[in-house]
Design a protein around this ligand. Structure first.
Ligand code: HEC
Ligand code: HEC
Ligand code: HEC
Ligand code: HEC
Ligand code: HEC
Ligand code: HEC
Ligand code: HEC
Ligand code: HEC
Length: 340
């Protein structure tokens, strides 16, 4: 079995090399056949977050430095041949990627001294909020057996046992070395913070490990059914909440905004309600001036900033326009903050 896996890996590896070679020939560059590979992100990948950029230099010819060019902006040569470096990472370069939202053209060049001897390319797309990516981009999972095989030599935690997965410490949890930064934020979601990664990610999914039950958020109710039942008690339920698209607004892991909202609260609302900010809001006919919607403290709850959610319940409410409170009149609503 192990042998067959190795065989498969070698075969796939050859295919990868061949693809890179094909690209090089297309580009018409006069460089010899090589093993330089962009391991992740794969060409054609649709990314939800920038993730990592991992390059394998190969050893024929001996590449001792790499440059990385993203959308025309090229780095200096990054040396990878010092003996300390080789001992630790061999011929790999592992970086946190920095892609801007949208399409990125990635060109990696391999150097022997100052002579360019290899090249590999990939085109990837980082999705931002609601844009529709071009059809050629797809979600290409990393956690396939043949890709993990490139890492197991040094990362012994790619086939973790149930006991290892139950380890709540970020120092020893098997997902931490590679994904620790995911929860390095101000507001961390309960189960992610204690490394219960596999309460949402399926260790047995195939072909790629760690699949999630769905990408919208109905599964959030597995643990938050009580919340949803609360929302349902109100007269009105906000569209995306009613259809259980919790992930539209919430990040499943962590963010810098309270309740792990993706980005800032107002931006998360304006994606679907883009007319609000430009028009008159809160007060009609209010002498040309607009009511503030952010940048101040919320007078009705000074521990929070003023934002859309200061006045609107994001999930469900009894009042029209999901206004907060039980106000019998608009005046009562305004007095939440204007009580003089
Ligand atoms: C030759 C050994 C070696 C191989 C092979 C290797 N790594 Fe690593 N990797 C390391 C070392 C050493 C570290 C640093 C560990 C630390 O900081 O605790 C590391 C760290 C990482 C990190 C964390 C970087 C960060 O963001 O701080 C990621 C992600 C990673 N490796 C992914 C991979 C992947 C994916 C593969 C397979 C394609 C792989 N590595 C193969 C040695 C290796
Ligand atoms: C050796 C490093 C390494 C370890 C250990 C690791 N991952 Fe990953 N994982 C990656 C890389 C690299 C990617 C590609 C995205 C990126 O660049 O961050 C990835 C992607 C993912 C994805 C996105 C889907 C996919 O397959 O691309 C999920 C989900 C995921 N990892 C979950 C986990 C979980 C859960 C654990 C612990 C049980 C874990 N990973 C351990 C390196 C690692
Ligand atoms: C509450 C459920 C939940 C928990 C707990 C959780 N994840 Fe995720 N994870 C998801 C969902 C859903 C996605 C799909 C992408 C999205 O919507 O952000 C995802 C995506 C990912 C990705 C792909 C990159 C990205 O940003 O989309 C990685 C890597 C990942 N998870 C790793 C982890 C690790 C490591 C842990 C434990 C520290 C963890 N997850 C805990 C639900 C969860
Ligand atoms: C495995 C169980 C589990 C799943 C699945 C789960 N959560 Fe949670 N969630 C928790 C726990 C535990 C807490 C922390 C205790 C609490 O506040 O209830 C929490 C807290 C929260 C909070 C409150 C944070 C705060 O600041 O008060 C939000 C928001 C949240 N979860 C959203 C989600 C969303 C969105 C999903 C789906 C992507 C989800 N949860 C899936 C267990 C889960
Ligand atoms: C995914 C898209 C989406 C997002 C994101 C979104 N909404 Fe909505 N919203 C809707 C839809 C669809 C409706 C109309 C159906 C309904 O009333 O639920 C609506 C209705 C409303 C209404 C009532 C409008 C009326 O005419 O009575 C208010 C107020 C509102 N949203 C506020 C917010 C706030 C505040 C946020 C951010 C916390 C937000 N929305 C985020 C889709 C969205
Ligand atoms: C339209 C955006 C939006 C959607 C969709 C959404 N939430 Fe929220 N949620 C928010 C905002 C904004 C807050 C923070 C409210 C505040 O600052 O007071 C929040 C706070 C929370 C909290 C913590 C505060 C509390 O009320 O206990 C929980 C738990 C929660 N949401 C769960 C969910 C679940 C479960 C779903 C899916 C059924 C969901 N949310 C869907 C925007 C949303
Ligand atoms: C200071 C309180 C307050 C703030 C902050 C606020 N709103 Fe409103 N919003 C209101 C009031 C009052 C109404 C009018 C309700 C009515 O007509 O009965 C309203 C109406 C709405 C409506 C329905 C009518 C329309 O204009 O389309 C939407 C959608 C809405 N708000 C979204 C938002 C969004 C998105 C934000 C954040 C960018 C926001 N609101 C910030 C108080 C506020
Ligand atoms: C969530 C809190 C909140 C609610 C609810 C609210 N406001 Fe305000 N409003 C503010 C803040 C903050 C300012 C900035 C001026 C300040 O410091 O009072 C402001 C400013 C104003 C101003 C500009 C004059 C002034 O006092 O500086 C008017 C007029 C106003 N609001 C009317 C209303 C009306 C009418 C309603 C009800 C439909 C309302 N507001 C509801 C928070 C709120």
């Amino acid at each position: 079995m192990a042998e067959r896996e190795t065989e498969m890996f070698l075969l796939k590896n050859k295919l990868l090399t061949f693809t890179v070679l094909g690209l090089v020939m297309l580009a018409g560059a006069a460089v010899p056949a090589l093993a330089l590979q962009i391991i992740t992100p794969a060409d054609g990948a649709l990314l939800e977050s920038p993730g990592h950029l991992i390059i394998k230099a190969g050893d024929k010819p001996a590449i001792d430095g790499l440059t990385i060019e993203i959308n025309g902006v090229k780095s200096d040569i990054i040396p990878i041949s010092a003996s300390d470096y080789r001992k630790m990472f061999r011929d790999l370069l592992i970086l946190q990627a920095e892609f801007d939202p949208g399409e990125s053209r990635l060109i990696v060049e391999g150097y022997e001294g100052s002579r360019k001897v290899a090249e590999a390319r990939a085109q990837v797309y980082l999705r931002s909020e609601y844009d529709v990516p071009p059809a050629r981009y797809r979600t290409l999972p990393f956690h396939l057996a043949e890709r993990e095989a490139l890492c197991t030599g040094c990362h012994h935690n790619l086939k973790p046992t149930a006991q290892e997965l139950a380890e709540p410490s970020p120092v020893s949890h098997p997902c931490a070395t590679c994904h620790g930064k995911l929860i390095d934020r101000k507001h961390v979601h309960g189960p992610a913070g204690v490394y219960e990664c596999t309460s949402c990610h399926d260790t047995g999914s195939k072909p790629a490990k760690y699949a999630v039950p769905d990408r919208e958020g109905a599964f959030c109710l597995d643990c938050h059914q009580d919340k949803y039942d609360d929302f349902r008690k109100s007269k009105r339920m906000h569209g995306p909440v009613e259809v259980k698209q919790c992930l539209v607004c919430h990040d499943p892991h962590a963010s810098d905004t309270l309740a792990q909202i993706r980005g800032k609260v107002n931006a998360s609302c304006l994606r679907c309600h883009s007319t609000v900010q430009s028009g008159q809001h809160v007060v009609r006919g209010f002498s040309g001036q607009l009511h503030p919607l952010e940048g101040l403290v919320n007078p009705s709850d000074p521990s929070k900033p003023l934002n859309c959610a200061s006045c609107h319940e994001p999930h469900a409410a009894n009042l029209p326009a999901y206004l907060r409170g039980t106000g019998a009149s608009t005046m009562v609503f305004c007095r939440r903050c204007h009580n003089k």
